[in-house]
Ligand binder design. Structure first.
Ligand code: ADP
Length: 495
């Protein structure tokens, strides 16, 4: 059997037709409503207590901190009120011993100390003025009245949020393990340590990175349009959008500003259709899921995001290598029987290891339209020690990568399209754009990812080519910086 023919047969399994897209949208809408009605559904639809999005005219100086993994980032953001901002930031690695400290205060006092160092370095003027004033007051509440900074706290661990600046840590992930902090309000933990240092800072908002993306885009979007939806397509995928409070049937505990009638919802769409009603499911998807640390969970994410796409491609390629009837990366001089030894691939290649193929290689493959696929062949050698790939080999790799990437883009359109339909904005009698902010390496760097999304959006009933033209998808950078600052601003306005 010819390689090209077999590649075609396999890549056809990743076709996600217009009909599939429409079925996906219907199911996404159904699961969205279900999530707005009750807890414990596959789309969590978490109320964020953020009740409006900026329009670019906001002004002021805010602080933002980001604790997400290996580093702690502190930044100050000056919002200029004309969709622009100036950002100053510093980054410090979290000492390993603090990630597994005994007391929560060990970690949080370190974080507060970094905030102090940052203020001293970059905002000495405000800091000194505050030091002088604080000599006249004696309680933390006293300083708070004097506070200069509202702070947005991006905390990328699972939290149960019950107010704009209240949320309890459910569990640690990513190598952190401080049992003392579990079940406690992480904003209060940080505030306590800030107060101990008598800093002029109030932790005003607990920020989810997807909500930050939405806010950052809404502030910077051209024409001062309010953004409907912020989405991340990076290591993982998730989206947050503006919902009418009247559509949220489940109880919203805690206080929020009721005047806007709106609330940003964190969909947690990575777990869309965990029950597998409509998601495509090739043998490669099944294998990836079964060998993952969380089988049956994050099923949408496992077909869409950067962390998983490379692995799907890897599983396909390995499957093709094992097929004796086709010749892919084949070493014609080999007389061995074992399938690995008959290839031109080094035994230690990432191709033979779980997660060994980074999805950035897919972008290189998709972008290479040179007649001899020179960059694909070069990168196959550099990243995966695949030597002497032929033109046919490179083309087969490119086709597989393209099929997996295209399916991911069309699945992404399901989520985006469903939320556009849910918003009802297409029925407005305006031609104002429906703005969507996106962030993440996949959507930024995978060639034509956005074009493939648009193509699928145009095929959605209720959107169509005309509706798709109204949808504007733009890159939103720095959700955990300017986005977090904007949430702190929204929160400050509620005080
Ligand atoms: P994060 O989501 O962790 O904040 P990124 O948005 O940079 O960070 O996403 C990282 C993910 O994107 C990784 O899974 C990586 O494999 C993937 N990735 C990085 N570069 C590219 C690229 N050029 N094309 C496609 N995927 C990429």
């Amino acid at each position: 059997m010819a390689l090209a023919e077999e590649t075609k047969r396999i890549t056809a399994q990743f076709d996600y037709t217009d009909d599939d897209v429409n079925k996906g949208v219907k199911e996404f809408l159904r699961q969205m409503s279900e999530g707005l009605e009750r807890d414990g559904t596959s789309l969590s639809q978490i109320p964020t207590y953020v009740t409006g999005v900026p329009n670019g005219t906001e002004k002021g100086l805010y602080l933002a901190v980001d604790l997400g993994g290996t580093n702690f980032r502190v930044c100050s953001i000056h919002l200029n009120g004309d969709t622009t901002f100036n950002l100053t930031y510093s980054k410090v690695a979290i000492p390993k011993e603090l990630m597994v400290a005994k007391q929560a205060s060990d970690l949080f006092s370190f974080l507060a100390k970094q905030i102090e160092l940052f203020l001293r370095k970059h905002h000495e003027d405000h800091f000194e003025a505050h030091i002088r004033r604080r000599q006249t007051v004696s309680t933390p509440e006293g300083y708070r009245d004097e506070q200069i900074f509202r702070l947005g706290f991006t905390f990328s661990f699972p939290v149960q949020q019950y107010g704009i600046n209240k949320g309890t840590l459910m569990r640690w992930t990513k190598g952190f393990d401080i049992p003392d902090a579990v079940g406690k309000d992480v904003c209060a933990l940080l505030q306590q340590e800030i107060d101990r240092l008598r800093l002029p800072v109030k932790v005003a908002a607990l920020v989810n990175d997807t909500v930050g993306t939405l806010m950052a885009r809404s502030y910077t979007s051209p024409g001062k349009t309010s953004t409907l939806l912020g989405a991340i397509f990076g290591t993982g995928t998730n989206g947050a959008y503006v919902e009418k409070v009247s559509n949220i049937k489940k109880p919203i505990e805690g206080d929020y500003d009721k005047s806007t009638g709106l609330m940003v919802i964190n969909t947690e769409w990575g777990s869309f259709d965990n029950q597998m009603n409509i998601l495509p499911n090739t043998s490669y998807d099944i294998e990836l899921d079964q060998k993952s640390v969380n089988p049956g969970i994050q099923m949408f994410e496992k077909r869409v995001s950067g962390m998983f796409l490379g692995e799907i491609v890897r599983l396909v390629i390995v499957d093709m290598l094992k097929n004796p009837k086709i010749s892919l990366f084949r070493d014609d001089n080999s007389s061995q029987n074992d399938w690995k030894s008959t290839t031109t691939i080094a035994p230690e290649s990432g191709l033979f290891k779980q997660w060994g193929l980074d999805s950035s290689l897919m972008s290189i493959a998709a972008a290479d339209n040179t007649p001899d696929y020179s960059s694909i062949r070069q990168e196959l050698e550099k990243q995966l020690q695949i030597y002497a790939a032929s033109l046919e080999d490179a083309l087969a790799f490119k086709d597989v990568a393209y099929a997996v990437g295209r399916r991911a883009a069309r699945l992404s359109a399901v989520a985006l399209g469903a939320i556009v339909l849910q918003s009802g904005k297409l029925n407005d009698k305006t031609d104002e754009p429906i703005d969507i902010g996106v962030d993440g390496s996949l959507v930024e760097h995978y060639p034509f990812f956005r074009n493939m999304i648009y193509e699928a959006l145009a095929a959605i009933e209720g959107i169509g080519p005309e509706g798709a033209k109204r949808i504007r998808i733009g890159i939103a950078k720095d959700g955990s910086g300017v986005g977090a600052a904007l949430i702190a601003l929204v929160a400050a306005n509620m005080e």
